[in-house]
Design a binder for this molecule. Structure first.
Ligand code: OGA
Ligand code: NI
Length: 276
């Protein structure tokens, strides 16, 4: 997977530009930064964004250069999907729900991929590859470049570098699992930094609830006499809101807080981000 991704980003610029688009509604596109039409400050990243489920529907629109791209990325996508579903089942069990509950609630999940390429940056302290954010989907499976680190996560108010481990993935909880678990699982704040010497690659696979999945925590996770932390919403509603904004604004989940919940204050980690 890392090899075809590297081959893809080594193609001549003119070849890659044929795939360029800054329209987030496109199901296959090469783009840059994060959301160029909404952001004031750009980031040092190029990315290829693909939809990966159902494969028969989307593979035909994927790049055919390099020639092994479709095959390798299809196989990778299938394996990653199976792993993601297994993890969601275990999360379900850990919440005291019957085991397939979480993946069932999420419906026939969508799957997207971001192949991220961070070129060397002459002044890395002036920018990010990706600024601090949480992933808007349910679960993210991230394959990191083994040679060049760059991922950081926010823990106890400090950014920690996540060193790549051979043959291991980084698993991020996304906003949907935070809402669905009524805040028991937290969507992790993370960012990518860049460096002056070496390009870095990462491959993020996102499992996303089906558009009509109703994100609503099971009753057993809502304290007796209380209401859910977030109001019920569909994933389609959330996703639309997410892409209509920039990453440095108030956290998207904040907009879905249940006003009837007594603990509906602001998320502390997002206020840390604003001041750092
Ligand atoms: C992402 C992401 C981190 C990385 O694509 O959402 O957080 O290390 N990527 O590239
Ligand atoms: Ni992310």
């Amino acid at each position: 997977m890392l090899r075809v991704a590297t081959e893809f980003f080594s193609l001549p610029v003119e070849e890659k530009l044929k795939l360029y688009s800054d329209d987030p509604s496109k199901t296959m596109r090469l783009s840059t930064s994060f959301n160029v039409n909404k952001e004031k400050v750009h980031n040092w990243r190029d990315y290829l964004r693909l939809h990966c489920y159902p494969l028969e529907k989307y593979v035909p629109e994927w790049p055919s250069n390099p020639s092994s791209f479709k095959d390798v990325v299809s196989n990778y996508s299938k394996e990653v999907r199976a792993l993601g579903y297994r993890i969601e089942e275990l999360i379900s069990e850990s919440l005291g729900l019957e085991s397939p509950r979480v993946p069932r609630v999420l419906g026939d999940q969508g799957q997207h991929m971001a192949v991220n390429f961070y070129p060397p940056c002459p002044e890395p302290e002036l920018t990010y590859g990706l600024p601090g954010h949480t992933d808007p989907n349910a679960l993210t499976i991230l394959l990191q470049d083994l040679q060049v680190a760059g991922l950081q996560v926010l823990k106890d108010g400090k950014w920690l570098a996540i060193q790549p481990i051979p043959d291991a993935f980084v698993i991020n909880i996304g906003d949907q699992l935070q809402a669905l678990s009524n805040g028991k699982y937290r969507s992790v704040w993370h960012r990518a930094v860049v460096n002056a010497d070496k390009p870095r690659m990462s491959i993020a696979s996102f499992l996303c609830p089906s558009d009509d999945a109703l994100i609503s925590p099971p009753e057993s996770l809502v304290e007796e006499g209380s209401v859910a932390v977030y109001r019920d919403f569909t994933y389609a509603e959330y996703y639309k809101k997410f892409w209509s904004r920039n990453l440095d604004q108030e956290h998207c989940l904040e907009l879905f807080k249940n006003s009837r919940n007594p603990a509906a204050g602001s998320d502390t980690s997002s206020s840390i981000l604003k001041t750092s």
